[in-house]
Design a protein. Structure first.
Length: 540
């Protein structure tokens, strides 16, 4: 066993001047049970994971490695049990003579190193890798000995392990969706991460039936029905986090395609201060939703974060003396103290029918998942006129477009004018990776764009690409918003059949920030890029 000079992480970080003793004490007080100091410091924002890895490289003379590009020897998995690997966030990657190279998130974990040396007889050479890299590698390389050649019932066991791996990887990568795509000779596993689909691996065609049957069993779907689409849900705990999975199957010529939406229940319950609203927009939005009655609409395409904003708004207003009832399709998350109704068209429980019943339940605040037709729109509007705050969503491109959409549904203009108090449109943009962000001067074209929107700026931030973001320069997403407050003048313009251009010009003169304005302000703050803002928002 090698003799090592054992140093503590806190001492190493202090020696490099990255953190103070007071900050270490504060981090230790706030850290979760059994959480390592390094993880706590990164999670609480004292340092980035890249800074942590660089310090350990320099101070301990230990090299770092990118596992997603490293040719890992799969046979080495037999030397280190999966439980030990997951618990200590490490994985064996290479063996040369009597030396076993172990990729570790914490190379100062001497207990784990000693355990491996005692159990294997090898001398351990630690290298550093990111936590996400290691967890994904564990999910990918362990249990690969499962015999996928088995047919029928015998294939169930490997299918169970394989699905566990696929879902674990999805959660580790913070994917929003998992796609199981069958083709003629194989089945592809893809993940949607930060809005972009990414290929992960291909599986042999012979595992397809057992794998899809396993998904259906968990989701309480009919495993014998393969010719019709089916929808279901699964509730699991993965990495000590409660996860809701929405399952959708679709018959294709090569078998059933499965899409699993991952809903991380720890991420949805955000406060209004945590959903990226600018200070002025937050103040205006709070004023809109705290009125005693009125219709508040959220607009944007599917997957633009409307549900998160809706639930944040409901959370803000959820008090003991308030009766909140929702009618949703589907109920995305269960909210404490909120009465939630699931739409069931098969038995006649539509949005409109549910909304009518809700009004007899003495509500203060009503949330309608989506306004899809005239009937639902009219009941929602009349509810807001009889002393209720009503939240709902519409699929429109901008806040202003919500007005003609309601008119097009056949709702009387005077009803819209009387009820509507505010419309917020939003989109999701990718965040610049914190670990590899760099700054550069703005170009002449960019300068002109910012000047057009009355924003002074000298430089913009971009991601250079690193292991943390898989070379993309982006990691995570954030929302950009525009809020149109319906004041008396907007109501007057609506009643006089003013064009949308006239309404837009008026709210612009009043100082409303449109999606592009909000996005460019976030570019100035170094949070996203011009390309991302222009990808999702039209410069009006």
């Amino acid at each position: 066993m090698a003799v090592r000079l054992k140093r503590k992480l806190g001492d190493v970080l202090k020696a490099e001047g990255l953190i103070t003793e007071d900050e270490i004490v504060a981090a230790l007080e706030q850290k979760k049970p059994r959480q390592k100091l390094g993880d706590a410091l990164v999670e609480q924002g004292y340092i980035t994971e890249k800074q942590l890895i660089e310090v350990l490289e320099i101070q301990l003379n230990i090299s770092s490695v990118s596992l997603y590009r490293f040719p890992i020897n799969e046979q080495l998995m037999e030397l280190v049990p999966k439980e030990l690997a997951r618990e200590n966030i490490l994985i064996p990657i290479e063996q040369h003579e009597n030396t076993l190279t172990i990729a570790m998130n914490d190379p100062l974990d001497y207990y784990a190193i000693d355990d491996i040396e005692l159990s294997t007889g090898f001398e351990v050479k630690p290298v550093i890798a990111t936590k996400e890299d290691i967890l994904q590698a564990i999910n990918k390389y362990y249990d690969l000995e499962a015999d996928f050649s088995m047919e029928g019932e015998g294939a169930d066991a490997p299918a169970v392990k394989l699905l566990d791996q696929i879902l674990q990887t999805g959660v580790t990568l913070r994917a929003s969706d998992v796609h199981l795509d069958p083709s003629e000779g194989k089945i592809a596993v893809r993940y949607r991460i930060d809005g972009m689909l990414r290929n992960d691996r291909t599986l042999p065609k012979r595992i397809q039936n057992a794998l899809i049957a396993r998904v259906k069993i968990l989701a309480n779907l009919n495993i014998t029905e393969t010719r019709m689409p089916q929808d279901g849900r699964i509730r699991l705990v993965i990495d000590a986090k409660p996860i809701d999975l929405r399952v959708s199957t679709l018959p294709t010529v090569f078998g059933e395609k499965v899409v699993i939406r991952i809903l991380d229940l720890t991420n949805i319950f955000k406060k209004l201060t945590e959903i990226d609203l600018h200070a002025e927009t937050l103040k205006q939005y709070r004023d809109v939703i705290s009125r005693p009655s009125g219709l508040v609409l959220l607009t944007g395409p599917t997957g633009s974060g409307k549900t998160t904003t809706l639930y944040s708004s409901i959370n803000e207003l959820n008090q003991e003396d308030v009766n909140i009832i929702t009618v949703e399709d589907p109920v995305e998350y269960q909210l404490e103290g909120v009465n939630q109704v699931q739409v069931n068209s098969a038995v006649g429980l539509t949005f409109a029918a549910g909304l009518r019943s809700i009004l007899r339940q003495d509500p203060n605040i009503i949330m309608v998942g989506e306004i899809r037709d005239r009937e639902t729109a009219e009941i929602a509007i009349r509810s807001s006129l009889t002393g209720h705050v009503v939240f709902s969503t519409l699929h429109t491109n901008s806040a202003v477009d919500a007005i003609p959409r309601l008119f097009d549904m056949g709702v009387e203009p005077y009803l819209v004018v009387s009820s509507l108090t505010g419309v917020m449109a939003q989109r999701l943009v990718k965040r610049v990776c914190k670990d590899c962000k760099t700054s550069r001067p703005v170009t002449k074209m960019e300068q002109e764009l910012f000047e057009k929107h009355h924003i002074d700026i000298d430089e913009v931030t971009e991601g250079a690409g690193c292991d943390s973001c898989r070379g993309t320069g982006y990691r995570g997403r954030m929302a950009i918003h525009e809020l149109m407050v319906i004041d008396d003048q907007v109501k007057k313009l609506m009643m006089n059949n003013a064009s949308m251009r006239e309404i837009k010009d008026y709210v612009k003169d009043k100082g409303m920030h449109f999606l592009v304005d909000d996005g460019l302000l976030k570019v100035k703050e170094g949070l996203t890029t011009i390309e991302e803002v222009m990808r999702v928002a039209i410069d009006a």
